[in-house]
Write a protein that binds this ligand. Structure first.
Ligand code: B12
Length: 215
């Protein structure tokens, strides 16, 4: 990775907010393209991985996780407006998205949502810890092309299945494509829960959704 992006990874990992935000600002000033903004988002995700590693090693605790999430959100607020140069006025399709039942992580979901909106989708975001019934109600109401479920806990791989089963029981499963995303999702998990696609990366997730609507 280019050393300028590496500064972002390291500064976030070490919880150095000023250094982190200054690096993002400098990179965006030098190159305001969507491609650069995506690279910055990827560097942020790597920085959060470092935070996660420190947490696993008992060097950081939940307080540091919360602080890291806060710093990341501030960084992401800077990047968000640069994420796409596409014409967001031509709507490609509709998505209902939420974090899996029992899971409160939403940073990655919010990044994916912003990138979907920037690509031209209308996104209805149900928030975190979204119960299967809430997904069903929203799908009935807005009839989306795609349902997205985000999850960062291993436990979410089961509760994502509960959401998909509820869509089946309501007779809605065949009307939508379902994509699951978040760090722990795998192809095996996708098959087990009955989703149509999975992604551990917002860019490839958006690409998949665009393919589904023929864009
Ligand atoms: C920040 C964080 C928190 C914050 C969350 C703040 C927030 N608003 O989201 C707080 C402090 C609240 C938190 C709480 C907890 N956390 Co936490 N947390 C993290 C941490 C450090 C980073 C997660 C993150 O934001 N990553 C950055 C984003 C950008 O990455 P991402 O989510 O993967 O998203 C990208 C892609 O996956 C994709 N994507 C995401 N969603 C979707 C959806 C779709 C549809 C698509 C296509 C793509 C997509 O797009 C994104 C950009 O590319 C991780 C460690 C890690 N490295 O993952 C632990 C981690 C996820 N947490 C963990 C744990 C254990 C907890 C707690 C239980 C801690 C506790 N003891 O209380 C609680 C759980 C509360 C709950 N019920 O959910 C564990 C999970 C372990 C497991 N295997 O289940 C991890 C892995 C840490 C660890 N190594 O142990 N956490």
């Amino acid at each position: 990775m280019n050393e300028k992006y590496q500064v972002i990874v390291d500064a976030l990992g070490e919880l150095e907010e000023d250094k982190f935000l200054d690096a993002i600002k400098e990179l965006l000033e030098a190159d305001p393209s969507a491609e650069n903004a995506e690279q910055i988002v990827n560097a942020c995700a790597l920085g959060m991985e470092k935070v996660g590693e420190y947490f696993e090693q008992n060097e950081y605790f939940v307080g540091e996780l919360i602080y890291a999430a806060d710093i990341l959100q501030n960084g992401f607020d800077l990047v968000n407006p640069y994420l796409s140069e596409e014409d967001a006025s031509k709507k490609l399709g509709t998505m209902v998205i939420g974090t899996a039942p029992g899971d409160l992580h939403d940073i990655g979901k919010n990044i994916f949502k912003s990138m979907m909106e920037a690509a031209g989708f209308v996104v209805h975001d149900l928030g975190v810890d979204v119960k299967p019934e809430a997904f069903v109600e929203k799908v009935k109401e807005v009839k989306p092309n795609i349902v997205g479920i985000s999850g960062l806990l291993t436990l979410s791989l089961d509760t994502m299945g509960d959401v998909i089963n509820s869509l089946k029981e309501a007779g809605l499963r065949d009307d939508v494509k379902v994509i699951i995303g978040g760090n722990p999702v795998t192809e095996a998990a996708m098959k087990r829960v009955g989703a149509d696609a999975y992604s551990t990366n917002a860019s490839t997730g958006v690409k998949q959704c665009k393919e589904w609507v023929g864009a």
